[in-house]
Design a protein around this ligand. Structure first.
Ligand code: NDP
Length: 405
């Protein structure tokens, strides 16, 4: 029976552990391991209280390949779900190869000393996973993740070719803090302060970062939550979707930011608090962004007073039976409801549920293969059904709204 090992006990790890525990007919044995075992124990105790199920916990440094491989060999999971940090992707993949386990993550690799992420490092593992008959599934959260599956579903059922994709990510929630990030602050701030790129007619076009006065943004009318200023942002799924979607001419990613968030971040950036290099403070080496992380609210604790909703989806325009068509597929998730169910806010929830679904499809042999895959390369149908069943229902509408040209 399939055992699963979840690595990382932050906001997302909590949701994955709770959701796997809810699906007892698939996940018969669950182990949650992280840097700090006390975080795993807390989640284990809550799961026991909510579901009556026992999960195992362990302490492991995911950057220590021999120790992690030994843990995998001892526990023998069919799959390791990596919801630690992008810095650990490659060491966890190495340990899976050594110990003979499949792999799934929600964010692509990023070196600690350079704020840059891309798939090349993980795609380079394709032959190694193939030779061992193992499967690695990359980017199985919401975006990347569900955003890729929406494209695969549209490509399979709704279009003969998709020419334009706009992924629109809106968090219209309120956590009550003056400034906080919804997932790991270090990873989040590194992502949103970088130069922006989108893919247009076969090449990457660069535009100013979101903090720049010349950043590209517009107001989009989101279902239920209404008009929100949405900023062009580079996001990792653009890289794989630009390769894998037939007929694609342009793909962009937009995310909402409030003026309050941007003002705080602009000040932090201007005073050097988002720097990722070491500075000397009174003879001690300090990395400012890590220090900032220590000061900011832990995203895993934001759920307590979070209200409002996230609305994340894709507008896709292309050709079906010789006619132009635009379709919008999206999910709406409520922060307070997510918290009531699993003790986490909607950003963690919308990431953790798809990771559980991907793990379930691998356990059932519905997603199978040898090598490294982005999830638009896998069949979307059962995944789309499971989203409706396990807490992230989606809607599909013809799209008649406006997007910037
Ligand atoms: P958190 O920082 O809350 O949690 C990360 C967890 O990983 C913590 O428990 C941390 O332990 C643990 N960890 C860190 N380093 C190691 C290590 N070397 N060995 C073992 N465990 C380690 O992050 P989130 O839960 O918010 O995010 C988790 C992942 O999900 C990130 O990769 C993030 O980028 C991704 N994500 C993806 C999204 C998507 O839609 N695709 C959206 C949101 C997030 P400790 O706290 O003890 O250091």
């Amino acid at each position: 029976m399939p055992k699963v090992l979840i690595i990382g006990a932050g906001g997302v790890g909590r949701v994955v552990a709770h959701k796997c525990a809810q699906v007892s007919e698939v996940f018969t044995d669950i182990m949650l391991a992280s840097h700090n075992v006390s975080k795993c124990e807390k989640i284990r105790d809550e799961i026991r209280q909510k579901t009556g199920r026992e999960i195992q916990v362990a302490e492991v440094n995911a950057e220590d390949v021999p120790k992690l491989a030994a843990l995998i060999k001892e526990y023998k999971p069919y799959l390791v779900i990596n919801v630690a940090l992008p810095y650990q992707d490659l060491t966890i993949m190495d340990a899976c190869l050594e110990a003979g386990a499949n792999y799934l993550d929600t964010a692509n690799y990023e070196p600690q000393d350079v704020a840059h992420f891309e798939y090349s490092w993980q795609w380079a593992y394709h032959d190694k996973f193939k030779q061992k008959g193992l499967m690695a599934v990359l980017g199985c959260g919401f975006d990347p993740g569900v955003s890729n599956v929406f494209c695969a579903y549209a490509q399979k059922h709704l279009f003969d070719e998709i020419n334009y994709i706009d992924i629109l990510d809106c968090n219209a929630g309120s956590h009550g803090h003056p400034f906080a990030t919804n997932f790991n602050p270090e990873i989040n701030i590194r992502e949103v302060t970088q130069a922006v790129r989108h893919w247009d007619n076969g090449e990457w076009k660069e535009t100013p970062a979101i903090l720049d006065q010349k950043s590209v943004h517009f107001s989009f009318d989101y279902p239920v939550v209404g008009q929100k200023d949405s900023y062009l942002l580079y996001h990792e799924e653009l890289e794989s979707l630009a390769k894998n979607i037939r007929g694609l001419k342009r793909i962009r990613f937009w995310m909402t930011f409030s003026e309050n968030y941007l003002t705080h971040l602009r000040v932090l950036q201007n005073v050097g608090m988002t720097r990722i290099d070491e500075v000397d403070y009174d003879g001690t080496k300090v990395v400012p962004i890590r220090f900032l992380k220590a000061l900011l609210p832990d995203p895993a604790t934001l759920g307590t007073n979070y209200t409002g909703k996230t609305v994340i989806g894709n507008v896709m325009t292309g050709i079906k039976d010789g006619k132009k068509r635009s379709v919008y597929i999206y999910n709406i998730c409520d922060h307070a409801e997510a918290f009531k169910e699993v003790g986490a806010q909607a950003i963690s929830y919308t990431t953790g549920v798809p990771a559980m679904i991907g793990a379930m499809l691998m356990a059932k042999g519905i997603w199978k293969g040898s090598g490294v895959f982005n999830i638009e390369q896998l069949d979307p149908d059962e995944f789309m059904d499971a989203l409706n069943k396990y807490g992230l229902p989606w809607k599909q509408e013809e799209f008649n709204g406006n997007l910037p040209q």
